[in-house]
Design a protein around this ligand. Structure first.
Ligand code: SF4
Length: 593
């Protein structure tokens, strides 16, 4: 059986530890040098002689991975980042006139794959340090659609435009006004039109370093679209956007298609992925070790296969358990003891004013919060968390000065939207969560491999998981989590939603979850709050309502209807003006309940 070994030498600095690991290897003990310590001190593993016993993996904690490859991958990789480093097998295939989505967990090479298609990364076919020329690439893919694609790339017939994943890095590389930056790359002369479609006209005169995450995302999409290309690649286009913007961007991206243009999308919001894509590849593999790509499938099939965790044609089980959705039962809880209530709450922040209709949160409830960006969701949560003072109204549990701080009567734990990091170790920060909730929180979120890392060494997704664990690990009655799905992949989002749900139920706590991923909120919420109004001017807090009433109110404003997929029971957006869309709208049932 072919296997690959991945070694993170950054985590193996101690020479004695390396020698100890080497001394444990049964192949080395038998006289064959399987684990080597190179002259430069790096620990290396010979994949051909390794027998996959796993002894070094246990001894090195998470610094070594030994992974058995499925039979179909007994071949050269498309690209390997170096000896004992990540390997990518196969590539996704763009198709003219179609949006092709790529579905998969973080760390299995989605961005590497699109970078190769986009010409940003030249594959080396496992020959480290070497960059293949087009002849070699074409030869490698002989007899496949990919061969035709790279032949066109070689002839200069394919021009690729790429929207990168980490839009937050753009202000570090580019300086100046948004308008000036976009003008420089506007090969189509359509800056005004595109800015209008993406609703970024008002920020064109702003400096790129001064705009919000959602604005930066739409400016990056505009930059990709303004280039003349016939393959557009969008890596996570929904990050930082609210649902209205996600739907708008999806429609806009689809409008790029014509018979000569192809679009590829990597996306973790499953409802948006489904809405945007015609066909999809599933990427599977082992995080940070290897990744491969399934054949192309209609998007509905691809999602159902992904949820099922088994690729029949390739005979590969990439997840032990199926992800299941349940038809929602009417919300009913025997105990409805009130925890917090508010009445007449108001707050003014510059030109923005927030007012809340009367509402309450009961013990043992998860309340989802939906609303556009800039409509006061974070402000309201911060009032509940006692981080800012309200101007008017009352909150039960508030102190006698009416400062809106619940902390004196109701203990609150708050995870903010924007996460800060420092050089503290994860295991130190999470000591309370580890002590009390190892099985409930730490294990399902797979945080143990992060214990010895500092907070500022974590990726966005890792930091998010640590922040969620920290928030839930604190002793409180009300847990406020602002955008917990950000930076997480589809699978991590579903795990996080289950962890929060189970935690609230088992501990009889309450939680308020602000998020833009409808599937995530649908999966975990008992009730829904909806923020209405006009972004940056006025926010009106409504609810909590039943899921059906809240979703109906919210979806009606977006003019979209949801149905449940018959096979997976996953919510899906109906195509605008389809039979189901019209029928549901006539009945006033925008939500499928
Ligand atoms: Fe040696 Fe391979 Fe076993 Fe590690 S997994 S100890 S390298 S045989």
């Amino acid at each position: 059986m072919k296997r690959i070994a991945v070694v993170d030498n950054e985590k193996l600095k101690d020479k004695q530890k390396k020698l100890h690991i080497q001394s444990l290897c049964p192949v080395n003990r038998g006289g064959v040098e399987c684990i080597k310590i190179e002259k430069d001190g790096l620990l290396m593993i010979d994949e051909n002689t390794c027998i996959g016993c796993g002894i070094c993996v246990r001894a090195a904690r998470d610094a070594i991975k030994i992974v058995n490859l499925p039979e179909v991958l007994d071949k050269k990789p498309i690209h390997r980042y170096g000896e004992n480093k990540f390997a990518l097998y196969n590539l996704p295939m763009p198709l003219s006139g179609k949006v092709v989505g790529i579905l998969g967990v973080n760390g299995i090479g989605k961005s590497s794959a699109v970078s190769i298609l986009g010409g940003l990364l030249k594959p080396n076919f496992g020959d480290f340090g070497k960059k293949a020329d087009f002849k070699e690439i074409i030869n490698f893919f002989k007899g496949t659609e990919t061969q035709l694609f790279f032949e066109k790339v070689e002839k200069g017939e394919i021009k690729v435009s790429y929207k990168p994943q980490h839009v937050d890095l753009i202000p570090k590389a580019k300086k100046g006004k948004v308008k000036d930056l976009l003008k420089k790359i506007d090969e189509k002369g359509k800056l005004e039109e595109v800015a209008k479609e993406l609703e970024i006209e008002d920020i064109l005169d702003n400096d790129i370093s001064k705009i919000s995450g959602g604005e930066l995302q739409r400016a990056a999409i505009a930059a990709a679209v303004l280039k003349k290309a016939n393959l557009y690649i969008f890596d996570e286009p929904s990050s930082y956007l609210d649902i209205k913007q996600r739907i708008n961007v999806s429609k806009f991206i689809r409008s790029l298609l014509d018979k000569d243009a192809a679009v590829m999308v990597v996306e973790h919001d499953l409802i948006i992925f489904d809405y945007m894509s015609d066909l999809a590849h599933i990427m599977y593999g082992s995080e940070d070790a290897y990744g491969s790509v399934s054949g192309l499938k209609p998007v509905k099939n691809a999602i159902n296969i992904y949820l099922g965790g088994y690729l029949k044609e390739e005979n590969i089980r990439f997840r032990g358990k199926k992800i299941k959705f349940e038809a929602r039962k009417p919300f009913f809880k025997k105990q409805k003891e009130e925890l917090v209530s508010w009445s007449g709450v108001g707050k003014k922040l510059g030109k923005f004013s927030l007012s809340a209709e009367d509402g309450k949160i009961n013990k043992g409830e998860v309340i989802g919060v939906l609303g556009e960006n800039g409509i006061g969701k974070t402000t309201f949560v911060r009032i509940l968390a006692g981080e800012i003072k309200k101007d008017a109204g009352a909150i039960s549990g508030a102190n006698s000065a009416g400062k809106g701080n619940l902390n004196e009567n109701v203990k609150v734990s708050y995870k903010p939207q924007y996460l800060e990091s420092n050089d503290e170790l994860v295991m130190v920060v999470l000591k309370d969560a580890v002590k009390k909730y190892t099985n409930q929180i730490i294990n399902p979120l797979n945080i143990k491999p992060l214990f010895e890392k500092k907070l500022n060494e974590l990726s966005g997704g890792e930091l998010q998981k640590a922040a969620i664990a920290y928030c839930l690990g604190r002793d409180a009655e009300l847990y406020l989590l602002d955008e917990p799905s950000a930076y997480l992949d589809v699978e991590q989002r579903l795990i996080v939603s289950r962890v929060i749900r189970d935690f609230v139920e088992l501990e009889n706590k309450s939680a308020l979850i602000v998020d833009h991923d409808i599937l995530f909120l649908d999966y975990l919420s008992d009730k829904l709050m909806v923020f209405d109004g006009v972004p940056a001017k006025e926010g009106i807090v409504k609810g909590p309502f039943s899921m059906e009433d809240g979703m109906n109110m919210f979806l009606k404003k977006l003019n979209i209807t949801l149905r449940r997929d018959k096979e997976s029971l996953m919510p899906r957006v109906n195509k605008l003006d389809s039979r189901l869309d019209r029928e549901q709208k006539e009945k006033g049932k925008f939500y499928y309940a």
